[in-house]
Design a protein around this ligand. Structure first.
Ligand SMILES: [Zn+2]
Length: 57
């Protein structure tokens, strides 16, 4: 039992690397989605600051 089968740790399909190209692309796509979400939150940030200033007055 010395033979170790290499499989993708994401989908479990036989792969020479720990994460196959398909899953890698999916993970990178998700990462981009998350980045875009963060950028949206940052854009909302200044508006929230304005609201805070309004409440102070
Ligand atoms: Zn995979």
């Amino acid at each position: 039992m010395s033979e170790k089968k290499k499989v993708c740790m994401v989908c479990g399909k036989p792969s020479e690397v720990s994460i196959c190209d398909v899953c890698k692309a999916q993970i990178q796509g998700e990462a981009i989605d998350k980045k875009q979400k963060i950028e949206r939150e940052v854009r909302i940030g200044p508006e929230v600051e304005k609201e805070k200033k309004k409440q102070k007055r």
